[in-house]
Design a protein around this ligand. Structure first.
Ligand SMILES: [Zn+2]
Length: 464
């Protein structure tokens, strides 16, 4: 196998790589406050150059700068070989030092509760440790068998603030970023400890629905009856969003949902799931799946409407006979390929407008949106990537049609018209966004090996 040499090199240079990762983690880079961003972006650029990228640019955006780096093959690339776009982010979540066992920006190696050795620091898993594994892979290939295909790496600085300018950046540099496949190492591996390959993610549409009645709160005895109640209006509106079968009742809402193929169903069925364990964990006796519908089908391939919050009137102890003047609901839709959040927002606005009761002013405000994305399981990039993860982790990955949550993979898939796969390198208990964030050293090493194998496998792959 050709990976032997780079794998050996990774092992030999393990101490150096960990030291360099620690330096990167010691540099704060909090996009929410801007703290350390400029110093971090300089460090990212220097690291990319030192680790074997040929061309590295700091790219200014209307927000925080990004880094774009290119590594070209040492030899002539394989004629059928694919080029790859790697994505990561250097910005991190804020951290409150007093909640941490060791300071968030003083990277510390120690054993976790399960005895596995971990590197603790803000950004260890989310996401510096994951894209630094790509750098180690490039270095290992440069020093041994050579970089086999064209690699472009984009590391943005606004992911923890909603990736506000990622799409702008990809459009702006479309030609430069163009590749045959996008590969995103972010998020945790499967809770079982096995690696997984995700073919996409569900989209998101988050809205506030506000209902306003009288110009002030009123006595429900002196005014209740003739004066319309915005709290009643908003719960009736929410109820109208589902039909009696539990389906989302917006007209033509399901029209753009891409039907599952037999192959998609095979993939769903091959995912290990302990449904009774899920119920026991959540303290539930029944789940909200329809007859004949599987848990994972619903979670990963069907859209959902979730009432995230309701706010109206009096909710303290005892009683207050109030007729509120105002009510608000927060709702998030999870969307699936090929639904468009703009279209769903239109459908929702029309639905609400048509049903707002007399005397109540109802508005729908869009808070956030992200398109869904799903690479077809038949795509020629799936098999080489599955093979690479197997080589990197020494274990068969679980293939999943999608992440239940939302990450901006559509930015690459839609703008560059390429398949996009998510292959997380962090342990399931990485504590991202929380105190004591960490990455297991074994996961970091498996990630670096996976990137080596992925580049080698894609260099041999054929688009046909
Ligand atoms: Zn994050």
């Amino acid at each position: 196998m050709t990976t032997t040499e780079p794998f050996t090199y990774l092992e030999r240079r393990d101490d150096t790589f960990l030291d360099d990762l620690r330096s990167l983690l010691a540099q704060p880079s909090i996009s929410a406050t801007g703290d350390g961003i400029d110093d971090c972006v300089t460090l990212v650029r220097e690291s990319c150059l030192e680790y074997g990228f040929d061309v590295v640019d700091i790219v200014e955006t209307p927000g925080q700068p990004a880094v774009v780096a290119h590594a070209s093959p040492d030899d002539e690339p394989h004629a059928d070989g694919l080029s790859v776009l790697l994505y990561g982010h250097y910005d991190v979540q804020p951290a409150t030092a007093s909640e941490w066992a060791s300071p968030p920006f003083e990277p510390t190696v120690r054993d976790g509760p399960d005895g596995r050795t971990r590197l603790y620091a803000r950004g260890a898993g989310d996401n510096k440790g994951q894209w630094f594994a790509h750098l180690c892979a490039i270095r290992a290939l440069r020093e041994t068998t050579g970089v086999p295909i064209d690699v472009t790496l984009i590391i943005e600085g606004e992911e923890e603030s909603g990736s506000k300018h990622l799409e702008w950046l990809v459009r702006e540099r479309r030609d430069e970023l163009d590749a045959d496949v996008a590969f995103v190492a972010d998020g945790p591996i499967d809770a079982s400890g096995r690696p997984h390959v995700l073919l996409g993610s569900r989209g998101l549409l988050y809205v506030d629905i506000e209902a306003t009645g009288a110009n002030r709160d009123l006595h429900s005895g002196n005014f209740g009856g003739p004066v319309p109640n915005p709290a009643t209006a908003i719960v009736e509106l929410i109820a109208s969003l589902r039909d009696e079968d539990g389906q989302i009742a917006l007209e033509s809402f399901y029209d753009d949902v891409r039907p599952l193929t037999d192959r998609d169903r095979d993939v769903l069925e091959s995912i290990p799931l302990d449904e009774d364990g899920v119920k026991a964990d959540l303290g539930l006796s029944t789940l909200a799946t329809d007859p004949g519908e599987e848990y994972l089908e619903r979670l990963l391939t069907r859209p959902n409407l979730n009432v995230a919050g309701l706010d109206a009137g009096y909710d303290g102890d005892g009683m207050k006979t109030v007729l509120p003047s105002h009510a608000r609901a927060k709702i998030d839709f999870r969307l699936v390929a090929d639904q468009d959040p703009d279209d769903v927002f239109e459908l929702l606005s029309r639905h609400v407008e048509a049903r707002a009761p007399a005397g109540i002013d109802v508005t729908v405000e869009r808070v956030a949106a992200m398109a869904p994305q799903r690479t077809a399981v038949e795509s020629p990039v799936v098999e080489p990537v599955m093979q690479a993860v197997q080589e990197g982790w020494g274990e068969d990955p679980i293939l999943k049609p999608s992440l239940g949550g939302s990450v901006p993979t559509y930015v690459f898939a839609d703008n560059l018209e390429i398949p996009c796969l998510v292959v997380p390198y962090a342990n399931a208990d990485e504590n991202n966004h929380a105190p004591d964030e960490n990455i297991e050293l074994s996961c970091f090493r498996a990630g670096a090996r996976t990137t080596v194998s992925m580049l080698e496998e894609l260099s041999k792959a054929d688009l046909e």
